[in-house]
Design a protein around this ligand. Sequence first.
Ligand SMILES: NC(=O)c1ccc[n+]([C@@H]2O[C@H](COP(=O)([O-])OP(=O)(O)OC[C@H]3O[C@@H](n4cnc5c(N)ncnc54)[C@H](OP(=O)(O)O)[C@@H]3O)[C@@H](O)[C@H]2O)c1
Length: 282
Amino acid sequence: MKFPVKIFLIVLPLYMTVVSYVYIWTFLLCLESLKGVRVLVTGASTGIGEQVAYHYARLGAQIVITARRAHALNKVAKKCQDLGAQKILYIPADMASPAEANRVVEDAEEQLEGLDYIVLNHIGPSPYRMWDGDVDHMRWLMQVNFHSYVQMTQKALPALEKSMGSIVVVSSLIGKLCSPYALPYIATKFAVNGFFGSLQHELAMKQSNVSVSVCILGFIDTDSSMEKTKPYPAREAAWQVVKAGALRQSEVFYPWYTYYCTLIRDWFPYFRDLRSVTSYRD
Ligand SMILES: NC(=O)c1ccc[n+]([C@@H]2O[C@H](COP(=O)([O-])OP(=O)(O)OC[C@H]3O[C@@H](n4cnc5c(N)ncnc54)[C@H](OP(=O)(O)O)[C@@H]3O)[C@@H](O)[C@H]2O)c1
């Protein structure tokens, strides 16, 4: 074997070991630092948001959860308590109302005496079918899935700036790929990705203390999942969301293939578009 090849074979595994070691330690330290952190999780009455709340509870965080259904939030809150949350409160609120979005952040900040993480996760229900031209539904969904995220961010930024906190945004692969049957939902997720991806730049330019993590998820096994073929577990998706915030990662992808989908989406546009045209039968 030639000398440079030998050196490469020794140095590469060594390098990989050191990098993995540093990554694992950084991660463990970050997890440890989540004990007692003040977190607001939206859309936490079910699905991924519920699982995010449980992860934070296991890590001993102080949590405020929100969604519309008080009885469902109450159940989640009780489980968070059992799992070890330092503090758990719930605020029933409808994000279709701009005033409610502001109130939730204000109340959470007051109850927790500040804020370290805000996890924006809620989505309003939207039918999985061809767009029927319903502009009112589009407008309503924009308020719930996008404008309320912007509002809550604006309201929470001063507190997050103080605490060197994080905004964690739960988004979707179909907020990056155009696709049929869920136009209003897709439009809101494109807006979310565009806004928060750009906010990352502006905060960096201002040397802000606040990090923004955008979590791009594929099909996850929650009640509202639009694809029932091979969904990935909500608990694992939620863990990726918690990890992204703790490590202040700008963008994370789950499951792994979503990253490659965004990379190659424009390589073969003809075949990409052919699939949706041929899949529609009226
Ligand atoms: N599941 C998937 O396959 C998948 C894939 C990619 C990305 N994601 C993303 O993951 C996140 C969570 O999705 P999920 O599947 O867990 O959704 P989900 O199971 O439908 O949960 C949605 C949550 O939002 C709340 N909500 C609905 N309308 C609301 C309103 N008007 N005001 C306040 N809260 C409202 C719901 O609670 P109430 O009904 O009690 O209000 C619920 O807690 C979303 O951002 C979604 O885009 C999901």
